[in-house]
Write a protein that binds this ligand. Structure first.
Ligand code: HEM
Length: 195
């Protein structure tokens, strides 16, 4: 009997941590991506440089969580590339590593890079690939809800609510970055037409 209670406790802990980290990941990455959004009440009072610092720190924490999770999965040998969740997850992990590097280059703008590519182009590309990476990551999370782990261990009536949360977080989060990308695209076109 005691054994059953221990197993049940362990099971509750695992589910708690899956739900907790899933929620934390959503909040962390969403807040990181919205830090430059002019309507964000947490960051609208601070300078652009400080918004970038806030964004960079949150992305480094969130990005490390993603990369550590992916490394753990790679070392288990059961990288389930036969599922769409696995494929999107691997693509998102590579995109995440590239976005962290791109973000650091954007922030520090080393002379070596700026000689090859102007800062406006660096910002445009980081913005574009950042949205792409976020889309891949959220798609992987969404597809993960139909995986065997979720359908076996999580109350099946709760899964649609988790799916809806992911979709809503995704849609609300990308408003700022997409608006910003469109402005950059307009500026880029004007610059091209004038040269
Ligand atoms: C997974 C990692 C990352 C992703 C997906 C990501 C994504 C994005 C996106 C979508 C934007 C545009 C936001 C907007 O204009 O509303 C942005 C801006 C920015 N990011 Fe990141 N980022 C990541 C990591 C980093 C890191 C580590 C830094 C380092 C500090 C950084 C520095 C910046 C800066 C300076 C901007 C502002 C660029 C501008 O002026 O338009 N990013 N990022």
């Amino acid at each position: 009997m005691e054994f059953v209670v221990i197993i049940a406790d362990l099971y509750t802990y695992i589910l708690f941590f899956v739900a907790f980290f899933d929620l934390q990941y959503h909040v962390l990455i969403a807040q990181a991506l919205m830090s430059h959004y002019k309507l964000n009440p947490l960051t609208r009072w601070i300078s652009h440089k400080n918004k970038s610092r806030y964004h960079g720190v949150l992305q480094l924490v969130g990005g490390s969580m993603v990369l550590l999770g992916a490394l753990g999965k790679f070392s288990q040998k059961d990288v389930h590339l036969d599922t769409w969740h696995g494929r999107f997850g691997v693509a998102a992990a590579f995109g995440c590593a590239a976005s962290v590097v791109g973000g650091l280059v954007n922030f520090f703008q080393p002379n070596l890079v700026v000689k090859v590519m102007p800062p406006s182009e660096l910002r445009y590309r980081h913005n574009f690939y950042g949205i792409l990476t976020f889309t891949l990551g959220m798609s992987a999370i969404f597809l993960g809800y139909s995986s065997r782990f979720f359908t076996r261990f999580v109350d099946n009536e709760f899964i649609p609510a988790m799916m809806l949360t992911t979709v809503l977080v995704y849609l609300l989060t990308i408003i700022g970055p997409v608006t910003s990308l469109l402005t950059k695209l307009k500026y880029r076109r004007q610059k091209r037409n004038s040269t």
